[in-house]
Design a protein around this ligand. Structure first.
Ligand code: ATP
Length: 287
């Protein structure tokens, strides 16, 4: 799916093309629940419109709008406190927006999220599972919550794919950080979700394990045709996995483009330098 061009709107108000390969004729209703590409209408998998979240006096998310294309991998990038986790929480329906709407797979998450939650899943290394339950017991509980048919078979298959077989009967609280992350990924994949929301999926992993997790995610997205939205602080991860980057700063969208396009636009050599420019408020060279 890489290389498609979709017009996106930057905070500066200009439309920009992301992707570099396919010249496309398009009309794009920005922030709409459908994307119009080459005369065809594709429903957006995730549509966020004028989303705001206030925690008391703190405005964590400040009126953001974007639409995510089916089968794509999109990154939410931003410094600490930029609003990434809050945005993901609102898309999952776990955090109630102050205003604005979230639509996932055509469903308004504020009113009908139970219609669609079984088609989604979420992973964050910061969300713990009950420590005393074994890995198998935890995965069984999540399998039941998501209405998975053959839970036993699914756990065995996932354990084999994620090299968890030897850990299945260990208490979840006694695992290393890397092992916990693989279990969290198994939990996120238990229902073979069409939409995955990942909050720093490789945080605290060694480079080899992180690379292995990324490969697994790439394969899953490709074979399932899943749509992935992830928050990450790892620029290499974003450059490798994502065909689009939404840069958040203080709850707003600062920029929105393909990784390569951002690098070109800011006159930089990699995404990390772009991130530093955005974080430090430097204007891009090619503005
Ligand atoms: N439950 C909460 N109560 C009050 N304030 C909150 C709460 N959750 C987040 N915030 C605040 O909202 C803002 C955005 O936080 P959020 O966790 O969404 O950012 P983030 O981009 O995910 O940050 P990080 O990269 O550090 O994880 C921050 O100022 C944070 O302190």
């Amino acid at each position: 799916m890489r290389g498609h061009c979709l017009p996106v709107k930057t905070r500066r108000g200009g439309a920009a093309l992301r992707g570099d390969a396919t010249p496309a004729r398009f009309s794009f209703a920005l922030h709409a629940k459908a994307l119009h590409l080459n005369g065809m209408t594709t429903p957006a998998t995730i549509a966020v419109d004028a989303l705001v979240k206030d925690y008391g006096p703190v405005r964590a998310v400040d009126g953001i709008s974007f639409a995510v294309r089916p089968g794509s991998t999109t990154a939410l990038l931003g410094g600490n406190g930029a609003g990434k986790s809050t945005t993901i929480g609102m898309i999952m329906g776990l955090v109630k927006p102050t205003s604005g709407t979230v639509t996932v797979l055509g469903t308004d998450m504020a009113r009908r999220r139970h219609d669609v939650l079984h088609r989604m899943n979420f992973e964050s290394p910061y969300v713990d599972m009950p420590h005393r339950l074994t890995v198998r017991q935890n995965l069984t509980v999540f399998g039941m919550l998501y209405g998975v048919g053959d839970i036993r078979g699914r756990i065995v298959a996932l354990a084999a794919a994620l090299e968890l077989t030897d850990l299945l009967d260990r208490p979840s609280g006694k695992l290393s950080a890397g092992q916990k992350t693989r279990v969290a990924l198994a939990k996120a994949l238990i229902n073979e979700p069409e939409v995955m929301l990942l909050d720093e999926p490789t945080a605290s992993l060694d480079p080899d394990t992180a690379d292995w997790i990324r490969s697994h995610l790439e394969r899953y997205r490709a074979t399932r045709g899943a749509t992935i939205l992830l928050a990450s602080h790892n620029m290499g991860e974003v450059e490798r996995l994502c065909d689009r980057v939404i840069m958040l700063k203080q709850g707003r969208i600062e920029d929105d483009a393909a990784p390569g396009e951002l690098v070109r636009r800011y006159g930089r050599s990699n995404l990390e330098e772009v991130f530093l420019d955005v974080a430090r408020g430097r204007k891009e060279a090619a503005a």
